[in-house]
Design a protein around this ligand. Sequence first.
Ligand SMILES: [Zn+2]
Ligand SMILES: [Zn+2]
Length: 115
Amino acid sequence: MKAIQLEKPGSFRVIDIDEPSAPGPGEAVVRVHQVGICGTDLGGYLGKMPFFSYPRIPGHELGVEVVSVGQGVTTVRPGDRCSVEPYLNCQHCHACRRGHTNCCHHNQTLGVHCD
Ligand SMILES: [Zn+2]
Ligand SMILES: [Zn+2]
């Protein structure tokens, strides 16, 4: 499948990436329909966002459709239209254990720290 990659500040390119594998337990595969562009993305494009690393497939404000779900997923089902919480957290650190997953010590933000 195709993706748009910010290979370095100021330079996008279209790349081929693998199709996603089947979702694991607690996971879902989604199809992106809409992507918002915010100041974080602009900062990444300009090379002024200190958290950004390159190359990166940007985008963290996502309007998606659920394609398939893994074992144990009960909150969404294929065909649902959703937004995506872009902050990946560990569920084990002090912040996560207190319910402050947005402050996870191991936070990975989609489109910023990971593709
Ligand atoms: Zn944003
Ligand atoms: Zn955590």
